[in-house]
Design a protein around this ligand. Structure first.
Ligand SMILES: [Zn+2]
Length: 148
């Protein structure tokens, strides 16, 4: 049975905004559909430019599984992943990627590096974009408008 986890990812994005982080959230589900990790951006809090929501969920799920790969897992992200996260998604062998808003500036899936389209990309997840894109984009607009 299909169940969207984008609402939970949006909650993570909102929590990230409350911490002063760029509001991006991610949820990772296992092959049975159970949530195994959820996170928002923590780059400022952790002083770590790699602490994107996607990376944090992949790290947590891999650590819990005791494996560097997450076959059959699905990742829900509020924003188009950047090239770093797209590479991590591929390396983790994640089966399906659902994302919300497109990111023409920093995205690496449908824009820029288009990581999954490279011949050197050995694992390409199924990709579904535009899931709850409007609330995800609105969170980002609101966040950046407030900081201007
Ligand atoms: Zn990223």
């Amino acid at each position: 049975m299909f169940r969207s986890h984008m609402d939970a990812a949006l909650s993570e994005a909102r929590a990230a905004a409350d911490r002063g982080e760029v509001p991006v959230g991610a949820v990772l589900t296992d092959p049975a559909g159970r949530v195994v990790a959820a996170a928002g951006n923590r780059t400022r809090e952790l002083s770590d430019p790699t602490a994107h929501a996607e990376i944090l969920t992949i790290r947590a799920a891999c650590a819990a599984a005791g494996s560097e790969r997450l076959p059959g897992h699905r990742l829900w992200v509020t924003l188009e992943p950047c090239p770093m996260c797209a590479a991590a998604i591929s390396a983790a062998r994640i089966a399906v990627l659902y994302y919300g808003a497109a990111d023409p500036r920093m995205g690496g899936v449908a824009h820029g590096a288009r990581v999954f389209d490279h011949p050197q990309c050995h694992h390409r997840p199924e990709v579904y974009e535009g899931i709850a894109a409007e609330p995800a984009a609105e969170l980002l607009r609101h966040f950046f408008a407030a900081r201007r």
